[in-house]
Write a protein that binds this ligand. Sequence first.
Ligand SMILES: [Mg+2]
Length: 175
Amino acid sequence: MFLKYKPTWMVEAIYQITPEHCHSLGIKAILTDLDNTLIAWDNPNGTDELRHWLEGMQAAGIPVMVVSNNSHDRVAAALNFLDLEFIPRALKPFTKGINQGVERLGLTKEEVIMVGDQLMTDIKASNTAGVRSVLVKPVVATDSWKTQFNRFMERKIMRYLQSKHPDMIWQGELK
Ligand SMILES: [Mg+2]
């Protein structure tokens, strides 16, 4: 039960995913959620850490593409300063956006990972699509009211999964 919510990896932040890990795991591109994975939901300014991470991936030839449930205009505004490709209205937990991302990248599902901060949207969509998933901790602890309800449910799912899968612990890297 709930296996669709079980992430392949759990790392504290997206910055812990390095080009070296990607190369050794056969990962050629990264799909990622936007809000609270790349940027804070209430403060859409990228940090220097984010820019530095993106530059590292770019230098390594690993594209990073945003897959967000938000509207085109909202995502475009948030990414204005980052020059990243994105897929809006991704309909996570459904697979539409992730499938579109994989197709646009011209890669196989085995060559791509999906990173996100929510089990019920990002991780479920990724697992259902057959793409390896990476759960990260939310960038900020507070959320919009809608996400707060999901977080309540997520804590329950997380407790259940961790009771069944003791290997589900936060790691410092993908391995
Ligand atoms: Mg999010």
